[in-house]
Design a protein around this ligand. Structure first.
Ligand SMILES: [Zn+2]
Length: 501
């Protein structure tokens, strides 16, 4: 029996402009269009990108495939497969890379929060202002064509474009300006009955509230997409929903017998399945209002996997004598608030889905202690120690240590010196000190969380002229050049990836 979630009030029904008649009506001119003819006589088509943040191939293509008949039908007419994410597989760098065709190193964005310089001032959120290269919609706008963007990560604060934009989950609140043009905001609030930017406090034990908000947010996102798809001119429509990501972090352990937190018969055992059934209905509702000449891309920025626990990176650095504290923490303390004796510190780290390790380098950091000539040897010494770390019962933890210079053709900004995947991303990196757990935790320092990110997301690409069937080796860097080719735009200089077809 499918668990029932309270339906929100009918969305979009207040708008007489919302076309609900499906393709027949739309095909006869229901949607304003600016589609043009390409230079080689090939019609430059429309593209709709439906982003499912954290969409995971094992769930969408396997475990819940039978619960998603719309996605299944689309896949049968599509090129599809696992989509390899960026390193690290995190929403902000991954979405930026997907829509620019550039690596995190070239973008200088290595996470949600990044060092702004080599001082000790901590980290700042990467916003749309960090993006210095054109995204797909910028290139399209330069060609005089329109885009509609809803919730695409990395779009806050809103910036001018040819078309319409509703910003992403990084938007602080709907009190902030979250649309372009500015007067779109009132319409969004009216159509949605109050726009939900994200599930507030999704790392919570209040599972009933979190589940309801995830279902509501996804319903609202798709209703707004239907509304804007049918009332605005567009060649490129991109809507991204954070629902799957919040769901996996909140409920993976309730639904997966392979997860250490799983308890048979728990109240949320079927919430993930029920969510994907609902998502499939919303998907059907959006697809039916898209004009026939639309190429549909469904993509995720990364996938997810069960999180087994956390490794306290800074606690370990303290024990190794590499991070020296001026005074011990009185209780749980984020690294940014710890009293660090920089003059005696070799390295410190920042936590999250992956670990970032920074060396305190002479002439680079204000109180650097690692002479430049020793940089490589110190870094390799720490890397090899991390690679050899055991799990709590003495087996190898299976850590992977990556070096930005080997991952990216260019390394901009204040990049981490080492990128660490604890347990190959089965373990989270815990940055806080003073947790009193030793080196390993079963709890996350920022609230309960069942899932970590994985490197494989999804891509389903359906449209005229595209091949059908599963393809291996798809990369997130292929998305921008492919979308541009479908839209009749050339690849931009410096873009990675290949055009899929
Ligand atoms: Zn994400």
């Amino acid at each position: 029996m499918e668990r029932r979630y309270r339906a929100r009030r009918r969305l979009g029904s207040c708008c007489s402009g919302t076309a609900r008649g499906g393709r027949a009506i739309l095909g006869s001119g229901g949607v304003p269009t600016t589609a043009t003819t390409g230079t080689r006589g090939r019609r430059a088509r429309r593209v709709a990108l439906i982003g499912l943040d954290c969409g995971t191939p094992e769930l969408l293509f396997e475990r819940y495939a039978d619960d998603m008949p719309t996605l299944g039908r689309l896949r049968r007419q599509a090129l599809w497969g696992s989509l390899e994410s960026t390193a690290p597989p995190l929403s902000i760098p991954a979405w930026l890379s997907m829509l620019t065709g550039r690596t995190p190193g070239e973008l200088g964005v290595y996470g949600f929060r990044n060092r702004t310089d080599h001082g000790y001032g901590g980290l700042a959120f990467a916003t749309s202002r960090w993006v210095r290269v054109p995204r797909v919609w910028d290139l399209l706008g330069q060609a005089g064509r329109d885009s509609v963007l809803i919730g695409v990560p990395g779009t806050y604060p809103p910036s001018p474009l040819r078309g319409s934009m509703v910003t992403c989950f990084m938007t602080p609140s709907t009190d902030a300006q979250f649309t372009f043009p500015a007067d779109l905001r009132e319409e969004v609030q009216r159509v949605t009955g109050g726009y939900t930017i994200d599930v507030a406090g999704f790392r919570s034990e209040d599972k009933a509230r979190v589940a309801q908000q995830i279902f509501d947010m996804t319903e609202q996102r798709f209703a707004l997409a239907r509304h804007l798809a049918t009332t605005r001119p567009w060649d490129f429509l991109a809507v991204a929903d954070m629902g799957p990501d919040r769901l996996h972090h909140g409920f993976w352990g309730a639904c997966d017998p392979g997860h250490p937190r799983y308890r048979p018969g728990n109240a949320y055992e079927h919430v993930v399945r029920d969510y994907y059934r609902a998502l499939d209905r919303h998907l059907a509702g959006l697809l039916e209002v898209l004009p026939d000449d639309t190429t549909v891309a469904i993509a995720s920025d990364h996938g997810a996997r069960p999180m087994l626990g956390g490794f306290c990176l800074n606690e370990w650095l303290v024990r190794e004598g590499l991070l020296v504290l001026a005074e011990p923490p009185a209780g749980p303390t984020p690294i940014g608030k710890a009293a660090i004796d920089w003059s005696r510190t070799t390295a410190w780290g920042d936590g999250g889905f992956y670990g970032r390790l920074f060396l305190n380098v002479e002439g680079r950091e204000p109180l650097g202690t690692v002479p430049r000539r020793d940089y490589e040897s110190v870094r390799e010494h720490i890397a090899s120690r991390i690679e050899r770390l055991p799990d709590p019962v003495g087996r190898p933890l299976g850590n992977r240590v990556l070096r930005p210079g080997e991952l990216y053709p260019e390394v901009r900004g204040a990049a981490p010196d080492l990128i660490v995947y604890f347990g190959d991303l089965r373990w989270r990196a815990v940055g806080s000190l003073g947790l009193g757990h030793g080196l390993y935790t079963s709890e996350n320092d920022t609230g309960p969380d069942d899932a970590n990110h994985s490197e494989q997301g999804v891509l389903v690409l359906a449209g005229e002229g595209l091949s059908h069937g599963r393809q291996e080796g798809l990369s997130i860097y292929d998305v921008a050049p492919t979308l541009q080719a479908l839209l009749g735009l050339p690849a931009a200089a410096g873009q990675r990836g290949r055009v899929l077809g």
